[in-house]
Design a binder for this molecule. Structure first.
Ligand code: ASP
Length: 355
């Protein structure tokens, strides 16, 4: 699929009856404000049942659904490194138990693109659509978009067009590996960044059981005035790997040799560094400028046109699988699910190994 966004209008003839697993994890969709700001609240099952009945009346589609909640529903700003994996496990076991036509995960918008991207990697082998959705205004409040976003997700499942993990929000469905939150004040809260081009034959990832004790993986954005010690601290803390969000085609303040030396030390310790760009268009090209070459020579991996959310999700996923060294470099620069599109900007492997 090459469309930048899949418009609601392109959803074809839906099924007249669907079965859906609905997992509520928190977020504005179900929040209330008791005077100290919006907070996630549990026990949304009755309201979801009412919303489904409303959808059935409006669409003519009958919905059988199984509703569950996370043990603790959260403001998604509290999502941790294991949140997406836990949600993905719940999704997978529900599919194994009930074989629904699709799964809807109600989630907060703040980290929906991060969690969705990680879920896309975790659930890449499923043939059932998984749709994350949420709201800018809580369900039942004036002007709420919760009902229409839920309907968009249900319609997508009824359409049975594409498996994979998507975000249904506002007027569009966004492939999770290309999605980014763009607005906190607009019903169209998400955008699809760059092209979504699924590989014709998805590469088969090695079947390695995930590690329970993976080292942490993080994200660091460069900025004018960035002190090299700050980057060095991030490289030490996130010893599993660091996504380095750079300028333009992959540049950053070099501070003489300090920055490159910190990155070289990290890659030599076995900490992969993946360079992405903060631009919404274009890709990393580490050959273009001298700072890019310094990054490349220090062992950094060019992250092509990965979004920050997908880069973090993919790096953490591969590290959790225990993949390292040249294998990690190869998988990071291979389009697995449509998360990468600009192969021209992928860097050749330099004569350097960090294992
Ligand atoms: N802070 C909320 C969350 O991410 C925002 C939202 O859901 O729109 O949980």
């Amino acid at each position: 699929m090459t469309a930048r966004e899949i418009s609601v209008a392109t959803v074809p003839q839906p099924l007249s009856e669907i079965s859906v697993d609905i997992l509520y994890t928190g977020g504005t969709f179900g929040m209330v404000d008791h005077g100290d700001g919006l907070r996630a609240r549990p026990g949304l099952g009755g309201e979801i049942a009412d919303a489904i009945a409303q959808f059935e009346r409006a669409s003519g589609i009958a919905v059988r659904f199984d509703y569950t909640e996370l043990e603790q529903v959260i403001d998604s700003a509290d999502a941790g490194p294991g949140t997406a994996r836990r949600i993905a496990e719940r999704v997978r076991s529900g599919i194994a138990d009930r074989r629904p036509d699709g799964v809807i995960v109600v989630h907060g918008t703040d980290t929906m693109a991060y969690v969705g991207a990680r879920m896309a990697f975790e659930l890449h082998d499923l043939d059932v659509p998984v749709v994350l959705t949420g709201a800018q205004i809580p369900l039942g409040q004036p002007g709420s978009d919760a009902m229409s976003n839920l309907s968009l997700a249900l319609n997508h499942i009824a359409a049975q067009t594409v498996p994979g993990t998507f975000i249904a929000f506002g007027a569009a469905l966004h492939p999770a590996v290309r999605a980014s939150k763009r607005a906190s004040d607009d019903y169209d809260g998400f955008t699809t960044v760059r092209e979504f081009i699924r590989p014709p034959t998805p590469p088969r990832l090695p079947e390695i059981p995930p590690r329970a004790d993976s080292p942490p993986v993080g994200l660091f954005a460069v900025f004018p005035g960035m002190h090299p010690d700050l980057l060095d601290a991030a490289l030490h803390h996130y010893r599993g790997g660091l996504v380095l969000e750079c300028y333009g085609s992959g540049t950053l303040p070099l501070h003489g040799h300090a920055t490159a030396a910190a990155i070289r030390a990290a890659t030599t310790r076995g900490t992969p560094v993946v360079v992405i760009t903060h631009c919404d268009s274009g890709a990393v090209d580490l050959d273009r400028y001298q700072p890019g070459r310094a990054l490349r020579d220090a062992g950094a991996i060019g992250g092509g046109d990965l979004t920050r959310e997908a880069a973090l999700a993919k790096l953490a996923y591969l590290v959790d699988l225990g993949i390292s060294g040249s294998g990690l470099r190869r998988w990071m620069t291979t389009n697995l699910l449509g998360e990468l599109s600009n192969h021209l900007a992928i860097q050749p492997i330099p004569n350097h190994s960090y294992n």
